[in-house]
Design a protein around this ligand. Structure first.
Ligand SMILES: [Zn+2]
Length: 290
């Protein structure tokens, strides 16, 4: 299945938007990492949030969202590039389900007091980022807060992952950003009202398409839309796994060679395991000793 993010502008380019049905993206991530229901919801929301940003990234841009939690969920990372490649992981992978009084997944409790970091890497030196405190822990609200406060772009964001006994049923998200303060207050109120009507976004997407969501909110105010393909795709490789072994000390490498066993190197971003043969480890050691 091709996963598309649809983005565009409305209200004479004073507003920009991006919307996605990310069901297959979240299914892929859940399968690759073998996640429990609540961790697939948490990672799924962050992945959906970062996939929405793909159309707005420039060529060598890498955008990363990192959430550090203080309760059961310790770490969530999601990353996207302008070519539509998205990847992400969560630690730990398995967490017992916590539900709130409405019977919904309680991410707020699972994450606890946490921080959100937004890292924009333009391919230059490592950027310095100040983490912001999570105000909600439900992720969409935290990203909304980040954009509104840290980037001064008033935003509305909805992210959702619907799970049933068979796994991921539906996932999706939408972001709307007001790019210019000259947009009349009545238009903002109208957008806010319509936005609320299409949330929870997963319920809306059960019966409608992402385009329906845009039509509902903006009607004839949409000026331009375009689509970008999204893939859960990692940049890891057997070669990179070998490179990572080069970081081991000579003694450690020798130990591996003595054992004469296959070494498994697992990629944290996509859980792909690379099997490194003893002769490959020998080669690394030889190069190190040169
Ligand atoms: Zn990988």
């Amino acid at each position: 299945m091709i996963i598309l993010v649809i983005n565009g502008i409305a209200y004479k380019a004073l507003v920009r938007f991006s919307v996605i049905d990310s069901t297959d993206l979240v299914k892929t991530a859940t399968k690759k990492h073998n996640l429990s229901p609540i961790t697939s919801v948490a990672l799924g929301r962050l992945l959906t949030g970062i996939a929405l940003m793909v159309p707005w990234l420039s060529k060598n841009d890498t955008l990363t969202y990192i959430i550090e939690g203080s309760n059961k969920i310790k770490y969530i990372a999601a990353q996207s590039k302008n070519n539509g490649n998205v990847r992400g992981y969560i630690l730990p992978k398995i967490v017992d389900t916590i539900t709130n009084e409405k019977g919904k997944f309680d991410l707020k409790s699972a994450i606890g007091n946490g921080t959100l970091k937004v890292v924009r890497d333009l391919g230059l030196k490592t950027p310095y980022v100040t983490p912001i405190k999570l105000i909600s822990g439900e992720i969409a609200e935290d990203l909304t807060y980040y954009f509104t406060i840290s980037e001064q772009i008033p935003s509305a964001i909805a992210l959702g992952v619907l799970v049933d006994k068979n796994g991921i049923k539906r996932a999706g998200g939408i972001i709307i950003q007001i790019l210019d303060q000259s947009l009349p207050k009545k238009d903002i109120t109208e957008i806010e009202k319509k936005f609320k009507e299409i949330t929870p976004i997963t319920n809306f997407l059960e019966k409608h398409t992402p385009i329906d969501a845009l039509k509902h909110i903006f009607g004839k105010k949409i000026e331009k839309t375009e689509t970008h393909e999204i893939n859960f795709r990692c940049s890891c490789s057997h070669q990179k796994a070998l490179e990572s072994l080069k970081l081991l000390k000579v003694d450690e490498l020798k130990e591996i060679i003595i054992k004469n066993e296959i070494v498994e190197v697992s990629c944290k971003w996509c859980s792909t395991t690379y099997k490194i043969k003893p002769e490959e480890v020998k080669k690394i050691l030889e190069e190190k000793n040169k």
